[in-house]
Every structure is written in C-alpha cells, then in structure tokens.
Design a protein around this ligand. Structure first.
Ligand code: G3H
Ligand code: 13P
Ligand code: ZN
Length: 331
C-alpha cells in the first residue's frame, strides 16, 4: 500500500480507542528498528522527520528510506509526517516530497523560539490547512508551548493549553489533529521527580469536540535502564525522569491519539552503541554497533506499540490515498 494519510490512522485510533506512536527518524537503523516492531506487533505507524532530521539526513534520503519501508511492509499503514514545521514554505517542501502529513507549529514564530499570539497562530495554521488539504495532506497544529529545547527548537517556557481556546482554534483553523501542552517537555531532562500532567485538559476538549485526535509531544518515558546503560559504559547523563507509561495510558484513555517519541529512541541507540563498543574494544565494523542500536530501537518501540494499544490494528481498515482525502476535504 502507498503511504497513508495520517488523518486516517488517527481517525481509526479514535474509533478503536488506542494511541499511535509517532517516532522521529533520522537514519536507516531507526526506520528498520521501528518497522520491525510494527511488523511483529501488526501496528500502524507514524514516521516523522523534524527540520533537523531533514537537514542532517537530506530530504531525498528521508523520502526514499521511508518508501523502502513502505515497499518492505506492504501490510502496515505508514504515514510520513513533518514534525514541528515552522512555516508554510517548510510544509510546502514536505508536501512536494510526498509527506502525507505536516505539523505547523504555529505556537512559535518562524524562528521556532518566540511564542506567537493566539491570532497569529490561527493565521499561520489556517494558511497551511488551506494549502495542505488541496493535496489531501493531514495537518497537525499546536496550541500552548512545551518546555525543553531540542536543537534550538522551543521557547523554553511552558504555557499550558487553554481548553476553550483550543475549541476555538480547532473551529477557526479546520486542522485535523491538535498538539496540546499538558505539562510534558521535549528532550531527556523533563522532570526531577514523578510528574503530574494536567490530563483534565484532554477531557475538557473532548467533551466539546468529541473525536478530535489530540497529540502529546514530549512523550518519551526516559527509562532508567536506558540511562543506566549509557552511564555504565562511560556516559555521564544526569539523573532525570520522563513521562511514566501509566500517565501515557491514562492520557490515551482520555483522548490522546498521537504520541510523539524521539528521545527514547536516541537513548536506546546510544546505550547500545556504548555497550557494544565498551565490551568489544577491537570492534570497528559499523554493522556490529549500528546493528546493536537497531535492535535496541526495535525493543523500545515494540514495548510502546504494545502499551499504547496500537498492536494488532494494522489490518483493521482499507487504507485511503491522498487522492481519496482530496475528495473528502474538497467536496
Ligand atoms: O520535537 C523535537 C524532536 O525531538 C526533534 O528533534 O529537531 O533534534 O530532530 P530534532
Ligand atoms: P521526546 O523528546 O519526549 O521524545 O519528544 C519528542 C517530540 O515531541 C517530537 O515532536
Ligand atoms: Zn515535539
């Protein structure tokens, strides 16, 4: 099957009451680890590339590595999504490449640092929705700002999503999925102690607009065993905590459908490479340590697919194409 519009994957998750992980990818081993987990658990999957990923990997390599995953996994619905698009131009580029979904992070200005006003966010998001829907492409927007900074992306301050504003935002923009700020943040250093997320924001929005797919960024759990593996083999990561799986499961029960995960994949790969090289001082074939990294991504993502409830749902529906979505949006 060709790449699937993300809207269909999320709408099906709404019907089935489960969450779908959106995993950040930058290289072949990550894609292969994630796809092995999706195949073995029979899960639909969202592969997402940030601007940083596109810069590092090169847009053609991202595109064709993901298309290779599609060809290799004909029974798995896969969406290719732009993570944290900063302006219409970036979204246009992704759509031109064949991405089936884009995020316009209108909560920040084009510099991806300075927070916008509600009105600016509406305007920025709406222009992307109008453009993307002409091509059948899904749009995710964001209201509120997360903490944490990744590669210079993020304001570093937190503004939780206001549920009434969120309802107005969804209505004014016509977007397909909304990312919320409910107390999570990007990166490995999220919390010093077990966090309390403001999960009632999810219920408040779902009560007013039932079935709107909601998105949770900054959802890595930062498992202690991954931090431990890195530090055991020479790493020096500070004590930190991520989002506990129980909180993610509770958020899914309340209406979160897309769960963004980048950091846990990074930690898994780093731990595996450090361990392999630490234990095999004579190693120099990259296939050995990158192979270990790929295995670690597979293990980590497989656990998430089972916990998010994605497992078993790949064959539930007949995949739509962008052409189908064009007709739906433009009627
Ligand atoms: O939300 C941000 C993601 O973790 C992507 O991070 O810009 O370093 O690729 P990146
Ligand atoms: P983590 O840093 O928690 O993995 O979050 C990733 C993310 O939100 C990507 O958009
Ligand atoms: Zn994010």
């Amino acid at each position: 099957m060709p790449l699937v519009p993300m809207k269909q994957i999320l709408d099906e998750a709404v019907k089935g009451d489960y969450g779908v992980g959106a995993y950040n990818v930058n290289n072949m081993e990550q894609i292969q680890g994630i796809m092995r987990a999706a195949k073995e658990t029979n899960s639909p999957v969202i592969l997402q590339a940030s601007r940083g990923a596109i810069k590092y990997t090169n847009m053609y390599y991202i595109k064709y590595m993901v298309l290779a995953a599609v060809e290799d996994n004909p029974d798995i619905p896969i969406a290719l999504h732009l993570d944290h698009g900063n302006c219409l131009e970036t979204c246009k580029q992704a759509i031109g490449l064949g991405f089936t979904s884009v995020m316009i992070d209108g909560s920040l200005k084009e510099d991806a640092k300075t927070p916008t006003t509600f009105e600016e966010n509406v305007e920025k998001t709406k222009e992307v929705v109008e453009y993307a829907h002409k091509f059948g492409v899904t749009v995710e927007g964001e209201l509120g700002t997360l903490g944490g900074i990744e590669d210079g992306v993020g304001s570093g301050t937190v503004k939780l999503t206001d549920p009434d504003e969120a309802v107005r935002f969804i209505e004014l923009t016509g977007l397909d999925a909304l990312a919320l700020a409910i107390g999570t943040s990007h990166g490995a250093y999220k919390f010093k102690a077990k966090p309390t997320l403001v999960l009632d924001i999810i219920n408040d929005i779902e009560e007013k607009i039932p079935g709107i797919p909601l998105v949770m960024h900054g959802s890595s759990s930062v498992p202690q065993n991954l931090i431990g593996a890195i530090n055991k083999y020479g790493g020096k990561l500070e004590k930190t905590m991520g989002v506990p799986m129980e909180s993610i499961k509770e958020a899914i029960k309340r209406g979160i459908r897309k769960i963004n995960v980048d950091t846990d994949g990074r930690l898994a790969m780093t731990g595996a490479v450090r361990k392999y090289l630490g234990e095999n001082l004579d190693a120099f074939d990259p296939r050995t340590y990158f192979g270990a990294a790929r295995e670690a991504v597979y293990q980590t993502v497989k656990g998430k697919m089972e916990n998010f409830g994605t497992a078993g749902h790949a064959g539930d529906y007949k995949p739509k194409t962008l052409e189908d979505m064009k007709k739906i949006y433009n009627k």
